[in-house]
Design a protein around this ligand. Structure first.
Ligand code: FES
Length: 181
């Protein structure tokens, strides 16, 4: 019975230090400050290494995905918006022929009908196929659904709802120039 009395006595509790409870881990001896344990240092090191590994992983992912995305998504072309432009040489469109040129953002067909130049959009107003000059029939034809246009772009026949927008074409020296109508 005397042993039970000693266990709860203040003299034995004092050996645990101020503020310590009898149920604490008891690893800290009285009077010594608590020093960060190995577990805390290890945790900080793991966190730091985790950030480095994450950063490297992100860099590898970006460097791998960037060319794939550039391949899938074509670059946006920047077009000029000029009133007129030298698009090529006059010799590129000999008599009784037609040729498509890029003019700003538009594709324009220039037709040389016995020395008379005309120009209009080369994009069919039905569903957007590129037209061509049919010299035998003396008209602009669309290969997709049979639309036919005059060389000035007006509708002859076919499913297209609108004429081809007109442009101007002229020769200066050797140069072929297309201009907005
Ligand atoms: S796209 Fe030209 S006729 Fe249909």
């Amino acid at each position: 019975m005397a042993q039970q009395g000693n266990f709860k006595s203040p003299s034995r509790m004092g050996g645990l230090g101020d503020g310590a409870s009898p149920s604490s881990a008891g690893a800290v001896s009285a009077g010594k400050p608590r020093v960060p344990g190995l577990k805390e240092v290890d945790f900080e090191r793991r966190s730091f290494l985790g950030k480095i590994v994450g950063g490297i992983g992100a860099a590898v992912a970006i460097s791998t995905l960037y060319p794939v995305i550039r391949y899938i998504v074509p670059p946006v072309k920047k077009f000029s918006n000029l009133n007129e432009l030298v698009v090529g040489k006059a010799s590129e469109v000999p008599e009784n022929s037609g040729k498509i040129f890029q003019f700003n953002k538009d594709k324009v067909i220039v037709i040389n009908d016995n020395g008379k130049l005309t120009a209009c959009s080369a994009v069919c107003t039905h569903l957007g196929c590129l037209v061509h000059w049919d010299n035998a029939l003396n008209l602009i034809a669309c290969p997709c659904h049979g639309a036919k246009y005059k060389q000035t772009g007006e509708i002859i026949s076919g499913p297209q709802p609108l004429p081809l927008p007109a442009f101007k074409a002229r020769v200066e020296g050797e140069n072929l120039i297309i201009a907005k109508a």
